[in-house]
Design a protein around this ligand. Structure first.
Ligand code: BGC
Length: 760
C-alpha cells in the first residue's frame, strides 16, 4: 500500500523521516569528508617532497623499470602499479609498502578491466548495443567483483569517447556515435564499477578516458591529431564525460593526442578549466601511457623537465609508466617551474582515492576471493546473458532464423573465427583465458549434442600479420602461412562441407587484433577472401546464416543483399559460443540495436545520423556522384524474431516549460508467436535555434519485452534539460525553445511523428 493511501499523517511522517535520513546522510558524508581531509593532511604534513613525487608515479609491470619493483616500493618511488595481477604478488608488494616504508602508504593496483576481468563480457560497443544501462551496470559490477577479488582496485575504464568514424580501431571500446546513449552508458559503467560505496570490497575506482575527444582523430588514425569546434566538443564529445563525472567517477585519464593544437596531457583548458573549474571534478587525473615524455614528440615540451612541469601544471596528477615526474619534478619545484602547492594538490587527490577505497585500513587482496569469484557460475551466466542481449540481428529473410534443431540432420559451421578463442573474447581481454572461453563451434556442438551432425571447416584463414599482445597467454596462435594451394584446398573443403549439410553457419568478420588500440583500418570490407567464400557458399543454394564477429561497422553490402540471415555477435566474450548457439536456435531472441551507423562504403566515413543539414534536406542520397550516402543500416537498427510494431505516438502535453518534463506514449504490438524485446527510441529536432540544430537527436529510449500476441504501452519521458545545447552563436548553454519535431520508433529512421513547443 502506498503512503498516500494510508492517509495524510502517514504521508507526513514518511516525508519527515526521509528528510531526517537525507540530512543525517549529508552530515555523515561531510563528517567522513572531514575525517578524510584530516587524515590525508596529517599524512602529507609528514611527507618529504620526494615521497610526494613517488606517490605520483605509476609503474607498469611490463615497462623497463628504473630499479627493481620492490626497491621502488621500499624507496617510496611508486604510488601505483599497472598490470600486476597475481594476488600473491599484489600482497607481497603491498606488504613491502605497508610494513617496510616510513609512512606505510598502501599502493593501488590498476588494470584495464574494460569488458570483464577474467570472465570476458561482450566488448563495450556491444554492451551499448543492448540499449540497456542496467545490463551495462551489472556487467561492469561483475567485472569489478572479479578484479577486486585479486586485489585490483582501479580500472582504466569506462572509455566514453564518442566515435563517428568506423575506421578508428578504438571504436570498439566505447558506446558508439551518440552523445545521449553515450551518457547513459557512461554513468551506468561508473555505477557498476564503483557501486554506492567505494570502500566496499567489491568496488573499484572507475577511470573515465580519454579526456577528451580522442574519438575524433583525423582519418580514424589512432593517436592522430584532433581538431574539433567548440560546438562539437560541447554538444557531442564532452557530454558522456560530464555524465560520468556527475555519476561520481573517481578518476579521469588524459588523452594521447593533440587536441585543437595542444597535447591533451598538457592542456590546462581541458584538464583545469573544463574538468575541475567548470565541472567541479575533485578526483585524480592520470596520464595515458607515456603521454608525458611524449609532450616532446608533439613539439610542445623542450625536454623531460619541461614536459613534467607542463603536465603537472595542466592538472595531470599521476604519470603512467614513464619516469619523467620521478626524475624531474623535484628539480622543477626547486627551479620554481612547479609550485609545492601544485604537488600537494596532486598528492592529496591520490591519497584521497586510496583512502576512499579503504586501502589504509585493509590494503590486501582478500583471502580466497579469487578462487570463489573468477569465472564462477554466476559470472558465466551474467556474461552469457549479456552476450545474448547485445547481439544485433541485421537480416532474417523468410524467418530463416531461428534454426529448428528438430528438422536438422547436419549443419556446416564454416570459418576460422568460429573456433578461435581470442576472436571470441575480443581486444582488451588481457586477463581472459583461452581455456575458459567457449567458441561458436563449441557452443553449437554443446547445444546440438549428438542429435545433429556438426561439421566444421576453417574456410578462409585471415592473415594475423604482426598480431601480438604483450601478455603471452593472450597471443593468438599464429597459423603457419598457407600456400595458395593450401588456401584453395581449404576453400574447396568449406564449400564441400556446406554442400553436404542441411544448413550452413558462416562465422566471419575481423580478427580481434584488427580492433582496439593501434588497429585502425583503411577498409571496412570483410578482410581476406571471406566475401569470395560467402558468394560461393550462396551459389550452392543451401540455406545460409552469417554470424559476424566485429568491433566496428563493416561494409557488407553484398551480404546484406544476398545472405538471408545475418546476426552480428560483435566479440561476445567468454560465454560467446553458448550465447550465439542460444540465439541461432531460438533459446534467446535478439533484441540489440546498432549504437553506430553502418555505412555502405568506407568513403562515407565519418557517417552519423545526427548532422546538421544544409542543401537538399530531403534528398541526402544525391550527395555523392559515385554512390548512395544512405547508410547500410541506420543508427538504432536491429531486428528480432518477434514482430513488434510501434505506433500511436501521443505526447502528454503540447507545451514544455524549461526544467520541465513531458512524456511520449506509444503502443507496442507483438504480432508474432514469440516473446521479444523492442527498443523504443525517441528523437527530436529543434526547428530553429540560435545556432544550427541537428536533423534529429536521440533524447530517450527504453528496451522493453513484449509477450507474444500482446500489446503494451510504453511512456518515454522527455526532459527539457536534455534539450539544452551549447550555442556556437551565443557561446553558452541555452534552453531549447520554439517548435520541436518528435519521432518515436525502432531506429533513427523512425517515422511516427508529432510536435511540441518549448516556451521559456
Ligand atoms: C591506452 C589506455 C590504457 C593504457 C594502459 C594506453 O595505451 O590508451 O586506454 O588504459 O594504455 O593499458
Amino acid at each position: 500500500m502506498t503512503a498516500a493511501r494510508r492517509g495524510p499523517r502517514y504521508l507526513l511522517l514518511t516525508v519527515l523521516l526521509s528528510l531526517v535520513t537525507l540530512v543525517s546522510r549529508a552530515q555523515n558524508d561531510s563528517s567522513s569528508e572531514a575525517a578524510m581531509h584530516r587524515f590525508v593532511s596529517g599524512l602529507m604534513s609528514k611527507m618529504t617532497l620526494e615521497e610526494k613525487i613517488g606517490q605520483m608515479s605509476q609503474i607498469a609491470q611490463h615497462a623497463p623499470p628504473l630499479i627493481p619493483h620492490e626497491e621502488s616500493v621500499r624507496q617510496e618511488q611508486v604510488g601505483s602499479f599497472l598490470f600486476v595481477r597475481d594476488p600473491q604478488e599484489i600482497n607481497r608488494l603491498q606488504h613491502i609498502a605497508v610494513d617496510e616504508t616510513r609512512l606505510h602508504i598502501p599502493l593501488i593496483f590498476g588494470f584495464d578491466v574494460v569488458h570483464g576481468y577474467r570472465t570476458i563480457f561482450p566488448i563495450p560497443l556491444a554492451l551499448a548495443a543492448s540499449w540497456d544501462p542496467t545490463l551495462e551496470e551489472s556487467a561492469q559490477h561483475m567485472a569489478a567483483r572479479e578484479a577486486a577479488a585479486v586485489g585490483i582496485r582501479w580500472t582504466f575504464a569506462p572509455m566514453v569517447d564518442i566515435a563517428r568514424d568506423a575506421r578508428w580501431g578504438r571504436i570498439m571500446e566505447g558506446a558508439g556515435e551518440d552523445p545521449y546513449l553515450g551518457q547513459r552508458m557512461a554513468e551506468a559503467q561508473v555505477r557498476g564499477f564503483q557501486g554506492t560505496d567505494l570502500s566496499s570490497p567489491d568496488s573499484i575506482l572507475a577511470c573515465v578516458k580519454h579526456f577528451a575527444a580522442y574519438g575524433a582523430v583525423a582519418g580514424g588514425r589512432d593517436y592522430d591529431e584532433v581538431d574539433v569546434s567548440d560546438n562539437l566538443l560541447q554538444n557531442v564529445y564532452l557530454p558522456p564525460f560530464h555524465a560520468a563525472e556527475k555519476a561520481g567517477a573517481a578518476t579521469f585519464m588524459a588523452a594521447y593526442m593533440n587536441f585543437n593544437g595542444i597535447p591533451a596531457s598538457g592542456d590546462r583548458y581541458l584538464l583545469d578549466d573544463i574538468l575541475r573549474k567548470d565541472w567541479g571534478f575533485r578526483g585524480l587525473v592520470v596520464s595515458d601511457w607515456e603521454t608525458i615524455p611524449n609532450l616532446r614528440t608533439h613539439g610542445f615540451a623542450a625536454d623531460d623537465a619541461d614536459a613534467a612541469a607542463r603536465a603537472v601544471n595542466a592538472g595531470v596528477d599521476m604519470e603512467m609508466t614513464s619516469h619523467v615526474y620521478l626524475q624531474n619534478l623535484a628539480a622543477d619545484v626547486k627551479a620554481g617551474k612547479v609550485s609545492e602547492r601544485t604537488i600537494d594538490d596532486s598528492v592529496r587527490r591520490i591519497l584521497e582515492a586510496k583512502y576512499k577505497l579503504g586501502l589504509f585500513k585493509d590494503p590486501y587482496a582478500p583471502q580466497g576471493a579469487a578462487e570463489r569469484e573468477l569465472v564462477s557460475p554466476a559470472q558465466r551466466q551474467a556474461a552469457r546473458d549479456a552476450a545474448e542481449r547485445t547481439a544485433v540481428l541485421l537480416r532474417n529473410e523468410g524467418d530463416l532464423l531461428p534454426l529448428r534443431q528438430s528438422s536438422l540432420h547436419s549443419i556446416a559451421v564454416v570459418g576460422a573465427l568460429a573456433d578461435s578463442k581470442a576472436d571470441t573474447m575480443g581486444s582488451w581481454s588481457l586477463a581472459g583465458h583461452y581455456d575458459d572461453t567457449v567458441t561458436i563451434l563449441e557452443g553449437i556442438r554443446a547445444k546440438l549434442g549428438s542429435s545433429v551432425d556438426v561439421r566444421f571447416a576453417r574456410g578462409v584463414e585471415l592473415d594475423r600479420g604482426s598480431e601480438s599482445i604483450f601478455d603471452p597467454q593472450f597471443a593468438s596462435p599464429k597459423p603457419t602461412l598457407l600456400t595458395q594451394q593450401q588456401k584453395d584446398a581449404a576453400f574447396a573443403e568449406a564449400l564441400d562441407t556446406i554442400q553436404q549439410c542441411d544448413v550452413a553457419v558462416l562465422v566471419m568478420g575481423e580478427l580481434q587484433s584488427m580492433n582496439g588500440e593501434r588497429a585502425s583500418r583503411q577498409s571496412l570490407d570483410l578482410p581476406g577472401d571471406q566475401e569470395k567464400l560467402l558468394e560461393a557458399a550462396i551459389a550452392t543454394g543451401k540455406p545460409l546464416v552469417l554470424v559476424l564477429l566485429t568491433g566496428r561497422p563493416l561494409t557488407i553490402n553484398w551480404a546484406a543483399a544476398h545472405v538471408p540471415a545475418i546476426l552480428n555477435a560483435w566479440y561476445p566474450g567468454t560465454e560467446g559460443g553458448h550465447a550465439v548457439a542460444d540465439l541461432l536456435f531460438g533459446d534467446a531472441n535478439p533484441g540489440g540495436k546498432l549504437p553506430i551507423t553502418w555505412p555502405r562504403s568506407v568513403g562515407q566515413e565519418p557517417l552519423y545520423y545526427n548532422p546538421t543539414l544544409s542543401q537538399i534536406p530531403n534528398d541526402r542520397d544525391t550527395m555523392y556522384w559515385d554512390g548512395s550516402n544512405a547508410p547500410l543500416y541506420p543508427f538504432g537498427y536491429g531486428l528480432s524474431y518477434s514482430k513488434i510494431s510501434i505506433g500511436g505516438l501521443k505526447l502528454s502535453a503540447e507545451k514544455l516549460q524549461p526544467g520541465g518534463t513531458l512524456s511520449a506514449t506509444v503502443t507496442l504490438q507483438n504480432s508474432s508467436q514469440r516473446d521479444g524485446d523492442q527498443v523504443v527510441q525517441l528523437y527530436v529536432h529543434q526547428r530553429a535555434g540560435s545556432a544550427a540544430r541537428p536533423v534529429r537527436e536521440l533524447k530517450g529510449f527504453e528496451r522493453v519485452t513484449v509477450e507474444a500476441g500482446q500489446t503494451r504501452t510504453v511512456t518515454i519521458p522527455l526532459h527539457a534539460d536534455d534539450l539544452r545545447y551549447w550555442s556556437a552563436t551565443t557561446r553558452r548553454w541555452e534552453e531549447g525553445s520554439g517548435t520541436f519535431d518528435v519521432w518515436v520508433g525502432d531506429s533513427s529512421a523512425a517515422v511516427d511523428h508529432t510536435t511540441f513547443v518549448e516556451q521559456p
